[in-house]
Design a protein around this ligand. Structure first.
Ligand code: ZN
Length: 296
């Protein structure tokens, strides 16, 4: 089957043609046949460029869109398929699903980028076989998707676990940069927060810099909070910061003291290693996530 996939991000839209077949173990991991990266400018230009890509490629049967948010996911809402209250200029109340449905006349599936990543990791990555796990992306922002009892959690909207309030690191004097909460997880531990706190972007900070101990402290708190509230079985740390070599290892080390030996099922080194890891699909999690949305 040929699937259209859009990873709709705040800086770029990646459109791809994903090809998959139904095998012995369900839908196989799609092969991305062609793809294009389109800058996120204003909807009129960006969406049109996406449409041109799909119109010039061989027809696809379905389209999956894994989008930056916040988005409306309630199928009963008149705004279903909209990007809603985003601060991104020009994108407030954008009917992204309606645009592609009208233009391509095929079924369109829609969810958050992180929920897409949860589904792709569940089918083809490090969430395989798990009915309960969480995917967190740490990059320009922090977002997370949660699978519980084999289903994505949507709730009233979708989880915004990047905005929970962690305890400040004892040596952290940075106020945090979330416009809504200041020192929430995103305000303290996103890529822009690291750059603002140290005056240098994270990519340029050496591995032995204190920044990474602080980062690991915050990610360990997020992980502990999710372990406590959801009894989730695994947390995948993705995104450019989460995938930085050494970060998961540091976060694992801090997780035990943060948990304080309270959870017996996380009491061994092996259990912690299996609990906290990177996603398997890496940079492909987003586009494969968009494809995975069409397969449920
Ligand atoms: Zn916040």
């Amino acid at each position: 089957m040929r699937i259209g996939a859009i990873e709709a991000g705040g800086t770029k839209f990646i459109c791809g043609i994903a090809e998959t077949t139904y095998g012995q173990y369900g839908w196989e991991k799609p092969v991305i046949r062609e793809s294009v990266s389109i800058p996120t400018t204003i909807p009129e230009i960006t969406l049109q460029a996406c449409l041109e890509f799909f119109s010039s490629a061989e027809p696809v049967e379905r389209l999956g869109i894994a989008s930056f948010g916040p988005v409306e996911l309630d199928p009963l809402s008149p705004q279903y398929g909209f990007i809603t209250t985003t601060p991104k200029p020009g994108w407030k109340q954008t009917d992204i699903v309606g645009f592609f449905k009208n233009a391509l006349q095929i079924p369109v599936f829609f969810d958050t980028d992180v929920n897409g990543a949860v589904l792709s990791e569940h089918r083809w990555g490090n969430g395989r076989g798990l009915s309960d796990f969480v995917y967190i992306t740490i990059g320009t922002g922090i977002g997370g998707g949660i699978m519980a009892n084999g289903k994505l959690i949507h709730g009233a909207m979708h989880p915004e676990l990047g905005h929970f309030l962690p305890q400040k690191h004892p040596q952290d004097v940075f106020a945090g940069l979330c416009p809504f909460h200041g020192a929430c997880l995103e305000g303290l531990a996103s890529g822009p927060a690291i750059a603002a706190r140290w005056g240098i972007p994270g990519e340029k900070l050496p591995d032995d810099h204190q920044a990474w101990d602080m980062e690991a402290y915050y990610l360990a708190q997020a992980s502990a909070m999710l372990a406590m509230t959801l009894a989730t079985r695994r947390i995948l740390l993705g995104g450019s910061v989460g995938m930085r070599p050494g970060i998961v290892e540091k976060a694992r080390k801090i997780l035990s003291p943060v948990l304080g030996s309270y959870l017996s099922w996380l009491d061994t080194q092996e259990a912690i290693e299996s609990f906290l890891m990177n996603p398997l699909l890496g940079n492909q999690a987003g586009i494969l996530g968009a494809a995975a949305l069409t397969l449920d």
